[in-house]
Write a protein that binds this ligand. Structure first.
Ligand code: GLN
Length: 310
């Protein structure tokens, strides 16, 4: 990781990114299976950077809460690894890019109920099931974890968004029932999907998410102390790089060169190892379910700062 000597100061740079990347007209799509999220104004755009030295920079709508959706999968994986000293989780989910859409059923059937990675929906359902061995209300546990890492009591579960998604969850239920049939789900499929949808429906701001992700940039040490061992923090970052953007992981690595995790709420969390954690949010999505303006802004940011793992 290198920081270009000529990188401009971060505050003005973030303001400039907001000026250049905030959408001026409506392009892109809204998540098909969560009608509630379609109402978020298309021209929202926020960005925040939390540094390992304890500083936070932000601009635009960085203090507006949004639905974190699949960004929760980074944190549920970290939580599962925290208690998994024997590697049990890794007998139930692989660590390979899927090359398929995040909610695809085909691969799960062909590969006998072992999801390709923890960031596609099937893998995240297995991780949620794993967390439910610790407490049945895994979503509340995820919320407590995120609140502690963000260092403020801002995060909350948007129950209306969760209900909106649950009413159209046929595909996630199908994945859960497939997993159950293959013996890779311990709790009832309905209960796992409900917990999964509720932790996806956590509302956070860019500033809160950037702070919550700091442990991934800081060798496992977050705002509230150690979260993961340095090796596990490195591994979560590696899975973000290879699997964090689903079937656009290669394109994102090409354009941004950093480990990232997106959500269909329009947020993207990105890690610059040793330096900082970045969260960008803009709600309209590309065809793979990743924020259009968010990805463009991150490509610009990495070009202008030299921040990259390559
Ligand atoms: N809750 C969403 C779903 O299961 C999360 C998807 C995403 O953010 N990619 O479809």
């Amino acid at each position: 990781m290198t920081v270009a000597i000529a990188a401009p100061p971060l505050g003005p740079l973030l303001h400039d990114l907001v000026r250049n990347h905030r959408p001026r007209r409506e392009t892109g799509s809204v998540p098909a299976n969560i009608p509630f999220l379609a109402d978020v104004p298309f021209n929202k755009f926020g960005i925040a950077v939390a540094t390992t030295s304890g500083q936070v920079f932000s601009s635009g709508d960085a203090d507006v809460p949004f639905s974190i959706q699949s960004i929760s999968k980074v944190f549920t994986l970290a939580m599962a690894l925290q208690g998994d000293t024997t590697g049990r989780l890794w007998s139930r989910v692989l660590r390979e890019p899927s090359g398929t859409p995040f909610n695809s059923l085909v691969q799960l059937e062909a590969e006998h109920g072992i999801p390709r990675n923890p960031f596609i929906n099937a893998g995240a359902l297995v991780v949620t099931d794993h967390l439910m061995e610790g407490t049945y209300d895994a979503a509340a546990w995820v919320l407590r974890f995120l609140t502690a890492q963000a260092g403020i009591s801002g995060p909350y579960i948007d129950e209306a968004a969760a209900a909106s998604e649950l009413s159209g969850s046929s595909r996630n239920l199908a994945l859960a029932h497939f997993l159950k049939d293959f013996g890779n789900l311990k709790r009832p499929a309905e209960a796992v999907v409900e917990n999964y949808v509720r932790h996806c429906s956590i509302m956070m701001t860019c500033v809160e998410l950037a702070k919550a992700g700091l442990f991934l940039a800081g060798e496992g040490r977050g705002t509230a102390g150690p979260v993961l061992s340095p090796s596990d923090a490195k591994r979560v970052g590696s899975i973000m790089l290879t699997c964090g953007m689903y079937d656009a992981a290669g394109e994102f690595a090409y354009r941004v060169g950093l480990p990232g995790k997106s959500g269909v709420g329009g947020g993207i969390l990105v890690i610059v190892p040793g330096e900082c954690s970045i969260c960008v949010w803009s709600p309209r999505l590309d065809g793979k379910g990743n924020s259009l303006a968010g990805t463009a802004a991150l490509a610009d940011l990495s070009d202008r700062t030299g921040w990259s793992v390559f």
